[in-house]
Design a protein around this ligand. Structure first.
Ligand code: MTE
Length: 317
């Protein structure tokens, strides 16, 4: 196996106690006051990156297993893709203010022996929370490093007992056009939906994230519960999930429905398969000036390459 597939994800609980996040946050709060409003107004990733790079960076802080420091809490929560609210990444947080995340239920059903609708509080009690630092690589060629907490999707799926006929998992986001003005756009087939093959869904890296930086998720990051599949482009990591369904056939996804040639079902991060409209060979890490090479499977190849052993990834992109 090639070396670029090599990566050892580490649980953030092993290396980044909450006080490290918090002291980093305090540091950044104190150090970046000057870099405030005008800088946040930068819109395109390129402009934003150049500006963010002027901000001071703490000398020692939490990092992923490849040595990249985690992004600032402010970056992670102020630069978002959440089309149900708006397509402007820097306005999502504002638009999502006040979005109701309580009460919240997640219906888990389809081809399972024990279908069940879980209240969010039950999920938090039933399934042990873990902390994990993951890279997030958006299909638009920007990336971040995010300290999540949550539980594995596998731990939830085991509770409902998928049947032998279940081959895929379908996910659905909340549909509330009265609160999410982007859902009034007819350009998209709402609600947002996504899917994974069952073995991908059961993989230990596949997380249902309930929070980040030790805090519960905020609406713009997909509160109260969102998927995180770190070796796939970010659009697979569906936010604010209300329904999870085990199915026999590959499910439709919102992006695949809109442009099948641009957004495949698998969407594995792959620097050698370009998006039809741009290269995927490099990426802009939010907070850095220079582009960095994109890693096959976003650096998680050692864990996941075996899932695709007999597949041509330029065909199943
Ligand atoms: N989920 C929903 N429901 N709606 C969205 O617009 N955007 C996706 C994904 N999940 C999206 C979504 C995309 S394109 C990316 S890159 C990630 O969320 C961004 O997650 P973040 O804003 O928490 O960084």
């Amino acid at each position: 196996m090639s070396n670029i597939y090599k990566s050892e994800p580490i649980r953030s609980s092993e290396i980044t106690p909450k006080q490290v996040y918090l002291s980093r946050r305090d540091f950044m709060n104190a150090a970046t006051v000057a870099a405030s409003a005008a800088l946040l107004a930068a819109c395109a990733p390129s402009a934003a990156d150049e500006i963010q790079n002027l901000r001071p960076v703490p000398s020692s802080t939490a990092a992923d297993e490849l040595g990249s420091i985690v992004n600032r809490y402010e970056d992670i929560t102020q630069y978002n893709n959440y089309y149900e609210f708006t397509v402007d990444k820097q306005l999502v947080a504002e638009e999502a203010k006040g979005f109701r995340v309580q009460p919240w239920t997640v219906e888990v059903g389809g081809l399972v022996n024990q279908p069940k609708t879980f209240g969010m509080e039950d999920l938090l009690k039933l399934l042990p929370q873990e902390e994990r630092i993951y890279r997030l690589r958006c299909v638009e060629a920007w990336s971040m490093v995010i300290p999540w907490q949550g539980f594995t999707l596998a731990s939830l799926l085991k509770l409902v007992e998928p049947t032998a006929d279940a081959k895929y998992v379908r996910f659905e986001s909340v549909y509330r056009p009265e609160e999410m003005r982007g859902q009034n756009s007819l350009l998209y087939p709402w609600p947002y939906q996504e899917g994974l093959r069952l073995d991908e869904a059961m993989h230990d890296l596949t997380l249902l994230a309930t929070g980040l930086y030790g805090e519960p998720n905020v609406p713009q990051n997909g509160a109260p519960i969102r998927l995180v599949v770190p070796w796939k482009y970010g659009f697979k990591s569906i936010k604010s999930i209300v329904k999870i369904e085990l199915v026999a056939e590959e499910p439709a996804t919102l992006w695949n429905h809109i442009a099948a040639n641009e957004y495949g079902f698998y969407a594995n991060v792959n620097p050698s398969v370009d998006h039809p409209r741009w290269s995927q060979a490099t990426e802009r890490r939010i907070g850095e000036l220079n582009r960095r090479p994109t890693l096959m499977f976003n650096g998680y190849g050692e864990q996941v390459a075996a899932l695709y052993e007999n597949m041509d990834l330029s065909v199943h992109y």
